[in-house]
Design a binder for this molecule. Structure first.
Ligand code: FES
Length: 125
């Protein structure tokens, strides 16, 4: 399936600092927008483990986003699941993001809004 770019306004860039995570809803897409070392980042607002929203159950601790439900951790800047076992299927789902005239835009066409796979269906490498 090929996905068509669909850049949508998310929120003013001035509202996004280097500390927090900002929930945004664009149609069916639930996102968190943040900055890490100045870079804009948008992730799907769903923990890859069981899909709980990181805007509610997540906690940003400097370079790590932790999901308090079962303590999975992710690299803030890359979304990679931090684990001794490499499981890229468990990384945060990242969206393309850009800033245009002070507004953060997200390409919601780059990611299918279908539900994340549950971890029980993910095979370790
Ligand atoms: S739902 Fe996030 S760690 Fe389990």
């Amino acid at each position: 399936m090929s996905l068509t770019p669909d850049w949508q306004p998310a929120l003013p860039a001035s509202q996004v600092d280097d500390l927090g995570m900002h929930p945004v809803a664009i149609g069916e897409h639930k996102l968190i927008v943040l900055r890490a070392e100045g870079e804009l980042i948008a992730y799907r607002d769903a923990c890859p483990h069981e899909g709980f929203p990181l805007s509610v159950h997540g906690e940003r601790q400097d370079f790590v986003i932790m999901c308090r439900k079962h303590l999975w951790e992710f690299d803030t800047a890359t979304g990679e699941h931090i684990s001794r076992i490499p499981r890229p299927q468990c990384n945060l789902q990242r969206y393309p993001v850009r800033e245009v005239d002070g507004m953060i835009e997200v390409d919601v066409g780059a990611v299918s809004p279908q539900a994340l796979p549950r971890v029980s269906s993910i095979k370790p490498l």
